[in-house]
Each structure stands twice: as C-alpha cells, then as structure tokens.
Design a protein around this ligand. Sequence first.
Ligand code: NDP
Ligand code: 2IT
Length: 448
Amino acid sequence: MVRASNAIDDVCEALNRRNPGESEFLQAAGEVLERLEPLLDRQPELASHGLLLRLCEPERQIIFRVPWQDDRGEVHVNRGFRVEFNSALGPYKGGLRFDPDLDLSTVKFLAFEQTFKNALTGLSIGGAKGGADFDPKGRSEGEVMRFCQSFMTELLRHLGEQTDVPAGDIGVGTREIGWLFGQYKRITNRYESGVLTGKGLNWGGSPGREQATGQGVVLFLQRMLEHAGSSAEGRTAVVSGSGNVALHAIEQLGRLGVTVVACSDSDGVVVDRDGIDVDLLRRVKEVDRDRLTAYAAGRPRAEHRPGGNIWDVPCELALPCATQNELTGTDAKALVANGCIAVAEGANMPSTPDAVGVFEAAGTSFAPGKAANAGGVAVSALEMQQNAMRASWTLADVEERLASIMDAIHDECARTAEEFDRPGDYVAGANIAGFRRVAEAMSALGII
Ligand code: NDP
Ligand code: 2IT
C-alpha cells in the first residue's frame, strides 16, 4: 500500500514539473493536496487508479484569439481562455473574468477551486473558469460590447446548457452577460437560457443571483461565529474591493448591525468610520462606474487613502472580496494585532498560505473562499434549474434556498473538520469534503 503522504508528494512533484511558472495554480493545488493526508490514510482507494493526477489535470483547456476594433477603428487582439476542469458532478460551471493580468495559471487555479466549491454546494455542477486578458477600464460601452461579441463568437462552440455554463466574475457583470447571451442567441438561433447564468431578471435571470455571493459570505460568517459561541452583531468590519461581491457583503453586514468602516478598489482605500453608505457606493460603482475618490467626495467625514492598505484598518471582522493573494502574512499579523476575530473570504484564494498560517496560529476563525463564497454559484445552479423548468421563483424562495445551502456547506465543513480531529479548521473541512465528493464520483465513473 502506498502511504498517503508519499502519494501526495509524488503528485505535487509531478505538478511542479509539468506546470512550470503556473504559481497560482500550483498554490491552489498544493493547498488542497496538503490537507488530504488524513482522508487518504482512511480511504486509500481515493488515491488509486491515478485519481489525484487525473483530478489535477484539466479535462480541457481552450485558448483562443479575440480580435476587436476600438472606437477609432484600431484593431486589438486579446487572448480568451476557458478551462473545463472537471465534469464528474455535472456540466462545467464557473465564471468569466476580464482582467488585463489574466493568464492560464490564474484561470487554471480558479477552475480548480471552482471544482471543489461547486461540489460543496451539493448541486449537480462541475468546475470551469474562463475569461480574457481584456481591460474594460476606460473602454466605451460600444467597445466592451464588441469585445463580448467577438469573445462569444469563438467560445460558443464549447458551451451548452448540458455542457458548459459560464457566468460573471471580475470585470463581467449583468451588462456583459447580456451582450454575451445576445451574441450566443444570434449565432445559434436558440433561446437557450440555461447556457449562461447571472442574466437579467426579464431575460431568464434568477432573483437574488446578483446579491448571492456577498449575502452567502455573510451567512457563512454568521454561522461560523455562532458555532464558536460568538456573533456578528455590533461589530466592526472591513471589506476589500467594491465590486459585486464586496458591495452586497457590505449591504448584508449592515442589515446585521455590523459597521463596515472601510472598503477599497485597485487605486486605494476609503475609511468611513460612520459606516460605508451602501446606496452611495452602489451609485458610484454600479451606476456611474466611477472610482472610490467619488465616494469620498460625497461623504465629507470619509477619508480616501490612495495606495493604502485596507488590512491596516482596525476591525473585528475582515472580508477579502477583491482578488487572489491580496492578504499576505504581514497583513494577517496586522489584523490579528488589531483584534480581528474572524476572516471570511469572498474572493477566490485572497489569503496567501502565510496569511492562512497566521490566522491558524492565532486561533482566528477563518472561512476559506471555496466554502464561504459558494453562494454565487449555488444561486447560478438555481438559475439553471429555473431555466430548465421555464419557471421563475420569488426572491424570498431563492433567499431561503441560499440560506439553507450556506448552512449546509458550513455544517459539512465543520463536521468534516471534526471527523478528522481538526475542530474549527474550515480549510481542512472544506478541502476534504469537496475533494471527497468529486473523488467518489470520479471513482465511480471509471478511468476517464
Ligand atoms: P468585480 O469586478 O465586481 O469587483 C472586483 C473588485 O475588486 C473591484 O473593486 C476591483 O477594483 C477590486 N480589484 C480587482 N483586482 C484588484 C487588484 N488586483 N487589486 C486591488 N483591487 C482589485 O468582481 P467580483 O466582485 O465579482 O469578484 C471579486 C472576487 O470575488 C474575485 O476573486 C472573484 O473571483 C470572486 N467571486 C465572485 C463571484 C461572483 O459571483 N461575482 C462568486 C465567487 C467569488 P477596481 O475596480 O479598481 O479594479
Ligand atoms: O467564483 C465563482 O464562484 C464565480 N465567479 C461564480 C460562478 C458562477 O458560475 O456563478
């Protein structure tokens, strides 16, 4: 019998050799693999038949050219990606990101994480991610629309409601999903609602999808605090980012009586000790598509810190909701020193491994993204269910389902951590529980 630790070391070594330079992907894979030893000691069959190697190799990786013309007629060429990582549990599912820094390593890490996150929802969805190294900032509506149309013209041959179902992520919201869906519909001549999620309410979208990720993170955080005999009410929080996930997390925290004293964008931090004004933030970010300087201009007592570090702002609760590796070991030490008691990840892999180690050593409650931010994709799966039934549920119905899914994810992670003698270790709980569900399905489906 091969010892679990040896099997894991062999796979890590093979991944390093075969994916040189893909630091984000290697980081995400390493974080999952290193938590699996106690499971594989008990269920060694889950590491047999090359399962770990198969699980770490995407089923399909698509890279394509996206040519488009700007408003002056100049031609640009971007690179489009779709990594269809794993379909053992259902059709590939996961967002699209438009970000000038996007590369294959980032898309692969996101698709890998998505596979386990989707498994944790208990719904029938596999894992994928995609996007392009396109920078929407400073582009006109016409330019972004033409980009979306060119991107979908190639991507559509890989999609289908039973095959691969994208949604939004950084730089892709309801507006872009509309242009992508319009082009899909035009070329295929099919009103195939279930091929994309995050749609608008009057063209096949689900009530509650827009809010779902931010709401879900806060639901998870609440349950984690309750589990530890604590609560969120009356506390202070900081939320990094000011996009879809951050905005709705801030709104949901406000409903609980939490004061969110700071948020950020890629230019800097805004500190507002009276509590972030969600209506103003929504107007600045969603309606005007402006920067946080405009928020600070509308709130005389708020302070804008260009290039500032949000993790230096004292708080009891920290919610990283911007991007990967945005919270380092040094940041984690600052948070702990300032009295932070809990961290819930709205973004995907926002905390570096060093940061996770600091929280673990300090006993800070820590909710990893693949569990805590699963509410968005869970409601995407509910959107797919509604599309398949040609039905439209009420907001109250969707919110009730989201709340019970987040509770179930929390409880499964907590229970799994206890099962493997790691009580309170949600990183171990999420990785083991997500992996176990995917691995058991892969075992049943044969060597494919
Ligand atoms: P948005 O594009 O709506 O918002 C992203 C926010 O993060 C913006 O405020 C942006 O600032 C900031 N940001 C992005 N990149 C950086 C950077 N390099 N440094 C500092 N700030 C940055 O994206 P979402 O809110 O949808 O996504 C945020 C995170 O949540 C991502 O990690 C995403 O993968 C994850 N996520 C999203 C889900 C969803 O349903 N949308 C579901 C689950 C996870 P600026 O505008 O200045 O760029
Ligand atoms: O990271 C994520 O879970 C998302 N961007 C949402 C994916 C989805 O298919 O709704």
